[in-house]
Write a protein that binds this ligand. Structure first.
Ligand SMILES: *[C@@H]1O[C@H](CO)[C@@H](O)[C@H](O)[C@H]1NC(C)=O
Ligand SMILES: *[C@@H]1O[C@H](CO)[C@@H](O)[C@H](O)[C@H]1NC(C)=O
Ligand SMILES: *[C@@H]1O[C@H](CO)[C@@H](O)[C@H](O)[C@H]1NC(C)=O
Ligand SMILES: *[C@@H]1O[C@H](CO)[C@@H](O)[C@H](O)[C@H]1NC(C)=O
Ligand SMILES: *[C@@H]1O[C@H](CO)[C@@H](O)[C@H](O)[C@H]1NC(C)=O
Ligand SMILES: *[C@@H]1O[C@H](CO)[C@@H](O)[C@H](O)[C@H]1NC(C)=O
Ligand SMILES: *[C@@H]1O[C@H](CO)[C@@H](O)[C@H](O)[C@H]1NC(C)=O
Length: 661
């Protein structure tokens, strides 16, 4: 009985620690105030004075009852401070709403265009973009006018077009009298993608992929605007902090160049952000109104950590569940809450800055969030795995993650990319592998078996396919074995979080699937009939032993060999069972993770992909793979692939549509 307050206080402190440093779970969010109230209640009820003197350290750690006033005050201070931290993490997102944040960033780039997103609230004048090539003595050109209205949270996205490929540009903002505005203080730079017509088999670039950020988690006092993962990423990408030293209206320096001393002299071309950019429901869900979502996007842009990235690195971005709610499924019905408010905020701050949807999109008010783009001879398809996905309660045969339209577009794209792109990246916010347990069994592709198999079968017919995913707050590299001869393995890299919790000790990833596939491969051996032994054949053996199985250098010798040593050269068939899915690298720990992927297709016979996984700022894993050479064709010859009927697409790639359709 006398120990009750101590137990409650210790439980309260433990819950605070878990909430602030390990996982900001909504359960702890409600448990913490309850534990504190119970503790205070139990203290007020137990009026018995303390007997004897506890060890002071124990008295502080376990909140033991003590006659010492100093220890009492220490305990009150600790418990109060913890509660202040708890409130800071929970509700500072509501009060620090970043309403005045001014920012700009580059979104989608191509060989000839750039999308520019600008927020400039409550201006009384009309402003427009000015832009120029990043060369000395180049005059500004007047760019598009921005429509900044409260309805769109003072944000607009405009497109600069007619640009040269592989060229450095810079832009700034100008008012009605053409004087530059206070922001950006110096022009922001970007570089257009290479000309796809010239870059067949000639790309060399790097990009970064990750997902999941929550400002100031793990929690530190007085840091509510910090997103440490972006600080680490900025140190990694721009090690010399090469600040562009230019003032508005004057000569500017060239676009920022990376430090040549750095190990990574190849600058990153863009960041692929795979979702959970905001956590609408963690720790507190403030409701379905669009303002509750917009506020969280603004807060990220207000972060000085993120600013170091978005002012220098183009961003392609898709949502995952926490832009809506945990494990969100939209079921293709845009009227169901919280889709309207959540998607309004996503479109304003991310969606409109992504590559534009195909012009053949069904209706104007149905703008898909999924998109595809190319960098030289490398093609990317970024999936929307949330808006169209069936409810988890739907029957498993009919369940879809992508919806029919998106799946058919993806397969059409795959058919085109098959022989117009050397590497193909499928970007999926949730993992394709079924090896993660826990809620991944229904929230990732594991819960969509039919659709996953259809997709995977198609992917296996295409060389050099890589899947990029996030969501699990762990890193894993997974191989999906090629199911048959003349098909290809598929590799997945799942990387997260960029700046959020990871769960220590508790592991749910299986290292391989129990499902296997039978692989048959051939092996050339030398069989010696007299000894009944086989040995591996070397190229020299092949030269001296004829295809009939008899050595045939000269007539007489050959006959001798035939009699004395009946050596036969033959092909053996070897079958083995291999797991369908197999993990070949697993790094669960770390609050800050990203993958840097370098592509080099300059040698068309040896296209390579180099992966560097960075954990907590330190390069922690390297993987290099040489892809299959691809005989690239110009995309104009591809009319034949374009069809909207999924059954046709599946037939074209040699698949029998299952009864699923
Ligand atoms: C814009 O105009 C309104 C009314 O004309 C004025 O109250 C406000 O201060 C102005 N804002 C700025 C930034 O000049
Ligand atoms: C242009 O407008 C800015 C503010 O919008 C003002 O500070 C500046 O004096 C103006 N310049 C001229 C030449 O009118
Ligand atoms: C690339 O080739 C296509 C088809 O020939 C053409 O339409 C397009 O304008 C070319 N792009 C560039 C950047 O030259
Ligand atoms: C920018 O240039 C000015 C004048 O040339 C110089 O004094 C200043 O140190 C430079 N700043 C940086 C960050 O390089
Ligand atoms: C820009 O720099 C060049 C050479 O560095 C100089 O001749 C020119 O006067 C400068 N222009 C302005 C507007 O400062
Ligand atoms: C979409 O959801 C809304 C609101 O729940 C419902 O009224 C409507 O019938 C649904 N539409 C379809 C096509 O299911
Ligand atoms: C890719 O090309 C190969 C060889 O031409 C073909 O067998 C396969 O079906 C194609 N895959 C798709 C998805 O178009």
């Amino acid at each position: 009985m006398t120990l009750t307050p101590s137990i409650l206080a210790t439980a309260y402190r433990l819950a605070c620690f878990l909430f602030l440093r390990v996982i900001p779970s909504p359960i702890l969010q409600s448990v913490i105030p309850a534990l504190l109230s119970l503790y205070l209640l139990s203290v007020s009820l137990s009026s018995k004075p303390a007997r004897g003197n506890a060890n002071p350290a124990a008295a502080v750690i376990f909140s033991l009852k003590t006659p010492s006033r100093v220890i009492k005050m220490t305990n009150i201070a600790i418990n109060s401070l913890l509660f202040v931290c708890f409130l800071d993490l929970s509700i500072s997102p509501y009060f620090d709403d970043a309403g005045d944040v001014v920012f700009s960033r580059i979104g989608a780039l191509s060989d000839s265009s750039a999308k520019v997103l600008v927020r400039y609230p409550k201006l009384n004048e009309t402003i427009h973009l000015v832009w120029r090539e990043s060369r000395p003595n180049t005059a500004w050109s007047k760019g598009p006018t921005l429509v900044l209205e409260e309805e769109n949270d003072w944000v607009d996205t405009v497109t600069l077009s007619g640009l040269w490929p592989s060229t450095n540009y810079e832009y700034a903002l100008a008012g009605t009298n053409s004087s530059l505005l206070a922001y950006p203080a110096s022009p922001l730079s970007f570089r257009t993608f290479p000309d796809p017509n010239l870059s067949n088999g000639n790309s060399h670039f790097r990009f970064v992929a990750s997902s999941c950020i929550l400002p100031n988690f793990p929690y530190a006092p007085l840091q509510s605007r910090r997103i440490k993962g972006f600080d680490l990423l900025a140190d990694y990408l721009f090690p010399s902090q090469n600040v562009v030293n230019a003032t508005y209206g004057h000569n500017t320096t060239e676009a920022p160049q990376p430090d040549p001393q750095s190990k990574h002299s190849l600058p990153a071309s863009f960041l692929l952000f795979l979702g959970d950019f905001i956590y609408a429901d963690i720790p507190i869900y403030f409701g379905n109104h669009r303002d509750n979502f917009r506020r969280l996007y603004r807060r990220n842009y207000q972060s000085p950590s993120f600013k170091k990235i978005y002012e220098r690195l183009p961003l392609f971005q898709i949502y995952d569940d926490h832009e809506f709610l945990n494990n969100y499924a939209g079921a293709g019905n845009d009227s169901i809450q919280p889709y309207p408010g959540a998607s309004d905020a996503f479109q304003i701050y991310s969606g409109r800055a992504n590559p534009s949807p195909p012009s053949s999109t069904k209706s104007l008010d149905h703008v898909p969030a999924y998109f595809d783009f190319r960098y030289g001879d490398v093609a990317f398809f970024v999936l929307d795995t949330r808006r169209y996905r069936s409810f988890p309660t739907d029957s498993s045969e009919e369940k879809t993650m992508l919806g029919e339209d998106q799946l058919s577009r993806l397969l059409t794209w795959l058919g085109k990319a098959n022989n117009t792109a050397t590497f193909k990246f499928i970007v999926s916010s949730v993992p394709l592998t079924s090896l993660w347990g826990h809620d991944a069994q229904y929230d990732s592709w594991a819960g969509f078996v039919n659709e996953k198999n259809t997709l995977l079968n198609a992917l296996h017919t295409v060389p050099n396919v890589f899947v990029l995913s996030g969501d699990r707050h762990e890193f894993a590299a997974i191989q999906f074995a090629a199911p048959a001869e003349s098909t290809f393995a598929v590799t997945e890299f799942s990387t997260s979080p960029l700046s959020m919790f990871y769960i220590p000790f508790y592991r749910t990833l299986s290292m391989q699937s129990s499902e296997t596939i039978t692989k048959t491969h051939t092996k050339e051996v030398i069989y010696n009939a007299s000894t009944d032994a086989t040995a591996a054949a070397t190229p020299e053996d092949k030269a001296t032993i004829s295809s009939e199985g008899v050595a045939s250098d000269t007539g007489s010798e050959s006959a001798m060999i035939e009699e004395s040593e009946p050596v036969v050269f033959k092909t053996e068939f070897i079958t083995e069972e291999v797991p369908k899915e197999q993990v070949f690298k697993y790094i669960p720990d770390g609050n800050y993770k990203w993958s840097s992927i370098e592509i080099d297709t300059r040698d068309s016979q040896r296209p390579t992909l180099k992966l560097e996984v960075v954990i907590d700022g330190k390069p922690s894993y390297h993987y290099e793979v040489v892809g299959k050479p691809v005989n690239l064709q110009q995309s104009t010859a591809l009319g034949a692939f374009v069809t909207s009927n999924m059954k046709d697409i599946l037939k074209k790639i040699g698949m029998q549509p299952s009864k699923w359709f």
